[in-house]
Design a protein around this ligand. Sequence first.
Ligand code: ADP
Ligand code: MG
Ligand code: MG
Length: 918
Amino acid sequence: MTKQINMDQQLVYRFGGGRADGSQEMKNLLGGKGANLAEMAGHPELQLPVPPGFTITTDTCNAYYEAGRHFPAKLEDEVMAALERIEELTGKTYGNVNNPLLLSVRSGARQSMPGMMDTVLNLGLNDETVQGLIAQTNDPRFAYDAYRRLIMMYADVVMEKAAGIPPVQGKGIRKLLDEHLEGIKKARGFELDTELTEADLRQIVAHFKAIVKREIGEPFPEDPMAQLWGGIGAVFDSWNGKRAKEYRRIEGLPDEWGTAVNVQAMVFGNMGKDCATGVAFTRNPGTGEHKFYGEFLFNAQGEDVVAGIRTPQPINEASKNTQSENLQTLEEVMPEIYAQLNNYQQQLEAHYKDMQDLEFTIEKGKLYILQTRTGKRNGTAAVRMAAEMYQEGMIDRPTALMRVNPNQLTELLLPRLDAMAERAATPIAKGLPAGPGGAMGKAVFSSEKAVELRQAGENVILVREETSPEDVDGMYHAAAVLTAKGGMTSHAALVTRGWGKCCIVGCNGLDINEAEGYFTTPDGAKVKEGDYISLNGATGKVYLGSMPVVDVDLADNDAYQTLMALVDETKVLGVRANAESPADAANALRFGAEGVGLFRTEHMFYGKGSEKPLYLLRKMILSANRKERRAALKELFGYIKSDIKKTLAVMNGKPVTIRLLDPPLHEFVPHDRQRLEELAEELAVDVSILEKRVLALHENNPMLGHRGVRLGISYPEITETQVRAILEAAAELNMEGRQALPEIMIPVTCSRNELQDQEKIVKCIYKEVCASLGVDEIPYLFGTMIETPRAALRSGPMAEIAQFFSFGTNDLTQMSFGFSRDDIGGFLPIYLEKGILVNDPFQVLDRRGVGELVRLAVERGRAQRPGLKTGICGEHGGEPQSVAFCHRIGLDYVSCSPFRVPIARLAAAQAAIQHPRQ
Ligand code: ADP
Ligand code: MG
Ligand code: MG
């Protein structure tokens, strides 16, 4: 939808000389750069030395397209009037042979957008005006250098890229001109551009023009007005260039925005030793420290600082790094200018109330500010700036909380590779950065080896072609996971993300030989089992050798503590953790969990220390009859009780939701002959009989098979044993002076009758335990998971019995979509690519479908039982968008893996700010 330009609409907004037509509020119309230039130039509190100029509005861009790429009729008059104003302010005239004004043309959409047109500097130069520039500056070398730069930029940006013609000779005009320049330097035996003489540069200008004409088929425009309009048109055209369109598609930005064009008087940082150009931040963007930070180059123009041709110098002591520690600072060389710049940066930050990223140029001892914008920052810096700006009284609590993207907290929570060590090393491979943080350990190629070495106290990194559910134990024990295949939603990426474990996937240069235990890299490096490697999960880089991994200590991080205190004052939604061991629970508390939202009893049968309980469980599963089963359960009882008791003890005073046994029994039975024989002996039956029992447990579709509440109904003694363990553990803790708050949760239910059946067992055991331990009361809740669509629909009747609902959104997603979680790899990437799904529904809760079921179940459940407690557990509980949804539909809490608890807390606080609950 393109807007029509009406007659009285202003198309051109001027700035400079202490005044501006626009302001920072006008980003939509003037673009980000233009709005900020206007603000800096014209706001009474600022009135900074911004070279004068004007901004052509985004509406003009839209009108340009509407008219089939023609400028609106009245644009010319407005541009000419604005140009005159620049001429007045600078005392120079555009296109004038004696005293020429030079201009820059800069693009500027609402958001900074890679893919938009690059800036063209020095517009207005030609064979005649260059003489004027020589007269003005008394520096012919400088003048010809500026001229050859203009030809190069103009040919590249305007004549080639914006015009959309294919790169000449396959490499593009800029490269071609660059090669020519290098050729001349080489012929003269020069190393640096600065060695070229005036005569050289004059010759280069002539050659450049000839090359442009020959290669592009059109001459470089000598007419300054043609240059200006060519530049303006090119900015507009770049809005619909391939790169810009691609970027908008990926970022979901609308085509209707259009771009503004900024035209501005040139100032020169490259006119000699008293000239410089630089980039600075009002606070350190890497650490967040409240210190002015920046880099600059003497005698340089435009983006030389960013281009990295020369090592930039630090503006002050605080900006020194290992490369620049011996260089002179701006503060040392030009103390007055530095003081002025320091003043401006303070003004800018106070004005915008956020960290600013600014560009400055010093021309012959005079300072100019060319740009300001809100600076990008990493997670560590974001937290520190938000907390400190709040403490300084610069911003209020909601603003501070909205400043940090919850996912950025991840950076603060994880151990990472020592930055110094990493800088000194060269990566041997690079993959997709699936999991944050860093890790170091011995390479291993199988899950078993990972567990074995880990139990022997070694740090290991599991290297696999790709991972599958069988690798989970090894992944759990590994410090990190590295896979050659798979994308950001592969099994390895998903599982490790939940744990906050470092992971690199899709490292497709690796040639992995799992059987023989080694991999080779594209460069031929060979890493064998037991060799140390180090991974940076934030960049996807893999290093050979062991690098120090530095742990983070949140207790020491004042900024984090300050921010999280604000979080807790603000959020309404509770945040619990999924934990299945005392260690998990302790971690959860450290991260601020208010309870355990999911404790899976079956966890005790996996991994370290599980041999004996697993053996007993198997005995129970393969029992021939109820009597044998009861006997096995009796032996198992002590293990279950102590397992639960330990976690309840750690969570003292906080609720712990304990889910009764959920997986299909077949998952636990031994599949190797030796184990089966041992069991057969113990149960005094023949192996063949046992084999038959194992076979009988086999199911075609175990996900939808004999599991969850169905086990408890067909084998009531399984429920009895677990409930007795929970209640005894709780009662004993209470007698020891602690406060246990168990919540007994029945999994995979879909009807009221199932719950009633199980409740009867619970009530009966409750009486027995109270009587046998001689207590009057053991506080507990009885509730259910809602993880089938039918349960969501029948939540009203189910709430007659359940005191709480916990939405198992993993299974609920699986069953609502009919997508098997373990098998989506085949089609999900295609769905995402074609836009059939916007997100992976296992990562971001599907609000329209699955979320609607949750909302409805809460509504029906609460209608039946007003005090019904509701929460979700599963991957979504730690995902910010999903957390926000849970807040909006009025859940009591979300539960997620311990390490995602801070992320969920911040997301909950932000949701409370954006959608206050009545
Ligand atoms: P970007 O969006 O890439 O930051 P800019 O428009 O800021 O592009 O310009 C690129 C470079 O050119 C910057 O270093 C900027 O400071 C410099 N520049 C832009 N306009 C002028 C000008 N009028 N005088 C001097 N340098 C300029
Ligand atoms: Mg740019
Ligand atoms: Mg810039």
